[in-house]
Design a protein around this ligand. Structure first.
Ligand SMILES: Nc1ncnc2c1ncn2[C@@H]1O[C@H](COP(=O)(O)OP(=O)(O)O)[C@@H](O)[C@H]1O
Ligand SMILES: [Mg+2]
Length: 258
């Protein structure tokens, strides 16, 4: 069965997009068929994967909306760019924020992404959804379409403030719209072992969330992540011996065993 995993945290800059691309890369290395969905109008994932968002005429936003005179309500096919570092990508651009506005008054809005994915689910083993940094409708449709959420959580004290709201949101979606939604785990990110606050926060994350889901080993802070993104390649291609690769492979094992 295809695993649809939303990388979700309403905070920005916690490495959702970086993880989506790199976890996707290691999943395809293990012979899985991988689709990445960029659900963020800022389109970082689309950029990291080497596309130019502003040049795209059709994005995933087109599959969530319809024109007023459309008679056929079947969602438009999700536009897919294949064979990028062994993965497929459904890209985004700033037009996706118009799609989000459209959704505000759209009927059946909850299931629009789920519906649009239906015809292509069988083509993939893993579909990773890179959620935007908000609790808005684009995150909501992602959580309704997903079977699992993976929560990147920054190893800094302020990360805690938002996590209760995050878990409440997940609980609400579970109760109302997607009973099968499960937490695949928490990935502590941007961990700098030289900072005592990061160590303390990591301990606190383990104490607070190990009952809720798996806590993966932390992803170390390293400028190589940003450098790899700038070079539009996964970390493993940028530096094949980077120490964070072990952690990424460990997460992939966990996702395979879900
Ligand atoms: N482990 C890391 N160490 C240092 N910088 C990182 C790491 N992971 C991601 N980054 C950088 O942090 C920034 C935010 O990451 P990003 O994945 O875009 O976060 P989000 O999608 O949650 O907003 C990017 O510039 C990215 O290159
Ligand atoms: Mg992002």
């Amino acid at each position: 069965m295809t695993k649809i995993i939303a990388l979700f945290n309403q905070a920005g800059g916690v490495a959702k997009t970086t993880l989506t691309m790199n976890i996707g890369y290691h999943l395809q290395k293990c012979s899985h068929r991988v689709l990445l969905l960029d659900l963020d109008p800022q389109a970082s994932l689309t950029t990291f994967m080497g596309l130019e968002p502003e040049k795209l005429e059709i994005t995933i936003g087109n599959s969530l909306t319809e024109e007023e005179d459309d008679e056929d309500l079947t969602p438009k096919p999700i536009p897919i760019h294949s064979a990028i570092h062994g993965m497929s990508l459904a890209p985004s651009n700033i037009g996706l924020s118009a799609a989000e506005l459209f959704l505000v008054n759209a009927d059946m809005r909850d299931i629009r992404l789920k519906d649009a994915l239906e015809p292509i689910i069988k083509d993939y083993d893993f579909i990773l959804i890179d959620c935007p940094p908000s609790l808005g409708l684009l995150s909501y449709v992602s959580l309704v379409a997903a079977n699992y959420i993976l929560v990147p959580i920054q190893c800094q004290f302020k990360a805690f403030a938002g996590t209760n709201i995050l878990l409440k949101t997940v609980a609400r979606v579970k109760r109302r719209a997607n009973r099968g939604l499960q937490i695949a785990g928490f990935v502590p990110t941007l961990f700098d072992s030289r900072r005592s606050q990061d160590e303390r926060t990591l301990t606190a994350i383990k104490e607070r969330f190990s009952k809720v889901g798996t806590i993966y080993p932390p992803i170390p802070w390293s400028t190589s992540f940003a450098d790899a993104a700038e070079a539009r390649v996964p970390l493993a291609i940028y530096d094949k011996n980077h120490k964070a690769l072990t952690v990424l492979r460990n997460i992939v094992k966990g996702l395979e065993n879900l």
